[in-house]
Design a protein around this ligand. Structure first.
Ligand code: SAH
Length: 353
């Protein structure tokens, strides 16, 4: 029995309704009962791009090799992945990067991961690359160029919701209705300065993640300081707007986000314009976001797939269907966006022509 719901209930009983961000934080990362602490989400609840096709990680490997070449082949650099899940993306990336042994020799691999279960799986998958694990991005020393990757990491970061009601913005909170969690609206208007809209239609919801802004800002600072590059991939929107994207996924289906905290993955769509703003404020050059379909097509996903199919035999159809899932507009190709960060006066990252 999972006690995450019990822990949240006790907090609400003692302090009153909590923000959506606080609910997400406890449900996902509570050291005893949090979802990412106890479960391996990627085999049981959802599937991510690198698990769909090896081509995804391979192209990203070639992206980083090219970015490294474009930056004068630094003899030492930090290759950083935030939230690598089962380590599949990094495994495919490193295999593709064997085309440049010097790239692999120059890299120190860093992983930012809070989940002990996933760390154990990453340990097995990536042992040969001798990764160093960190609980936060800020722990990594900025003493060499940083090459940073985050796929489906930002959507898991705690996000607040604000609702426009009776002529003002109010924080949307989560309280108790008997034993069940339910949404409520904070009575006093919110003085939140960061909502870029003064007014909206009654009931509009605006989402705001301070964590996402902070981490994007940290990554941008490090990239600028060290002359590196970063690649952020996630589902989300290009411009800030109104939407309620707080969602739960459990056993490959959408679920009610308030029903089983600790047992379901909770996410919000990523507000790329917020990340862009945070990164630009730290002096980074920001590229995109462009759609995942566009990005992978520019990097040559079709050509790569054709090459693999030549020796794939019976698996050729699987390669095609994987690629289709990654790039087609009705699947991951349009909802998922890709954003690049680099330090000014360095070449644009590959794929953002
Ligand atoms: N990038 C992987 C997995 C995405 S799932 C893939 O594409 O398959 C999200 C990942 O981020 C998991 O590894 C999860 O444990 C990690 N994570 C979530 N919140 C985190 C946080 N606050 N700090 C560090 N890692 C986090």
């Amino acid at each position: 029995m999972n006690d995450c719901a019990g822990a949240i209930r006790r907090i609400i009983t003692a302090q009153g309704p909590i923000s959506v961000a606080q609910f997400m934080r406890i449900a996902l990362t509570d050291p005893d009962a949090g979802y990412y602490v106890r479960r391996d989400p990627i085999s049981g609840d959802f599937i991510t791009a690198p698990e769909i096709s090896q081509v995804f990680g391979e192209l990203i490997g070639l992206f980083f090799v090219q970015a490294w070449e474009d930056r004068g082949r630094p003899q030492r650099f930090h290759l950083v992945e935030l939230g690598p899940g089962r380590g599949t993306l990094m495994t495919d990336l490193l295999r593709a990067a064997r085309v440049r042994r010097e790239f692999l020799d120059a890299a120190t691999l860093h992983i930012v991961e809070i989940s002990p279960r996933l760390r154990a799986i990453q340990q097995q998958a990536l042992a040969a690359a001798h990764p160093v694990w960190h609980s936060g991005f800020g722990e990594i020393a900025a003493d060499a160029p940083m090459f940073v990757l985050a796929n489906e990491f930002f959507d898991a970061l705690p996000t607040r919701q604000f609702i426009y009601s009776a002529g003002a913005w109010h924080e949307r909170k989560i309280g108790l209705d008997g034993d069940a969690f339910s949404f409520c609206v904070d009575a006093p208007p919110s003085p939140e300065q960061s909502i870029p809209f003064r007014e909206a239609v009654e009931g509009s919801i605006f989402e705001f993640s301070q964590d996402a802004r902070d981490i994007a800002g940290q990554i941008a600072s490090r990239v600028v300081e060290t002359g590196g590059v970063a690649l952020i991939i996630d589902y989300g929107h290009v411009r800030s707007g109104f939407a309620d994207t707080f969602q739960a996924v459990k056993a490959h289906s959408f679920a009610d986000p308030l029903v089983s905290p600790g047992d379901a993955d909770l996410t919000c769509h990523v507000d790329f314009s917020a990340l862009r703003g945070a990164a630009a404020a730290r002096g980074a050059d920001v590229f995109g976001p462009i759609t995942q379909g566009e990005f992978l097509t520019t990097l040559g996903i079709r050509e790569r797939a054709e090459m693999l199919k030549r020796s794939a035999g019976d698996y050729a159809a699987m390669i095609d269907s994987g690629v289709e899932r990654l790039v087609s507009e009705s699947q991951m190709g349009k909802l998922f966006k890709v954003m690049g960060l680099s330090s000014p006066a360095t070449p644009a990252p590959p794929g953002f022509a």
